[in-house]
Design a protein around this ligand. Structure first.
Ligand SMILES: C[S@@+](CC[C@H](N)C(=O)[O-])C[C@H]1O[C@@H](n2cnc3c(N)ncnc32)[C@H](O)[C@@H]1O
Length: 185
């Protein structure tokens, strides 16, 4: 069973080898919301996967955006990662816009907030402003044919139509399979 943690621990080190980057600045939009097993299996606890990986590359930095990042912050603090992790409470689009206006840049932007195709598309356009090249834009729940999973419904057709190069990897939950966007820009 492939988890988002497996994908993060595979894709980010591979990107670091390709790009020669020794540290990473990661922006996660939509962070761990509950530490319980059900959310580990369903959501993936990506926040902890990023933080654990970055802890092995001193000088790296993690920023997480969420309407309520308290659970993620507590989880990260409990593993001793608070020195390189920052959480911003707020709406994804407003907060990303603020970061872009402040000139912030990231090597990896991971989109996993609202289950809404139009919102994810707007986040993606902001991610393009926030990511340095070479960099990675990644996103969870990018299925286009799932009855309930909607994040990719606007973005994935847009990427196909614009001829963008990207891949969709799969992670398994106990109930279904989720497509994960990985795009090097
Ligand atoms: C699926 S969970 C993220 C799961 C996490 N990436 C993981 O792997 O454990 C989605 C998160 O997005 C947040 N969210 C939903 N709509 C949002 C919005 N408009 N702005 C910011 N965060 C939002 C929710 O509070 C929730 O914590």
């Amino acid at each position: 069973m492939t988890t988002i943690g497996d994908i993060i621990h595979e894709e980010l080190p591979a990107f670091m080898r390709r790009s020669g980057k020794k540290t990473l600045r990661v922006l996660e939009v939509g962070v761990l919301r509950n530490l319980d097993r059900e959310h580990l299996e369903g959501d993936g606890h990506s926040t902890l996967a990023f933080a654990r990986l970055l802890s092995r590359h001193p000088g790296s930095r993690y920023v997480g955006i969420d309407l309520d990042p308290r659970e993620a912050q507590a989880a990260v603090n409990s593993e001793g990662f608070s020195n390189f992790c920052t959480f911003l409470a707020g709406d994804s689009i407003e907060t990303m816009w603020g970061l872009a206006a402040a000139g912030e840049k990231f090597d990896v932007v991971y989109l996993d907030a609202d289950n809404d195709g139009a919102a994810t598309m707007r986040e993606y356009l902001l991610a393009e402003d926030l990511v340095t090249s070479p960099g990675l834009i990644m996103g969870d729940d990018m299925n286009t044919d799932h009855p309930e999973v909607r994040k990719g419904r606007v973005l994935i057709p847009y990427l196909h139509e614009s001829g963008a190069k990207f891949k969709l990897l799969q992670r398994q939950t106990p109930w279904d399979e989720r497509d994960i966007l990985v795009q090097e820009v």
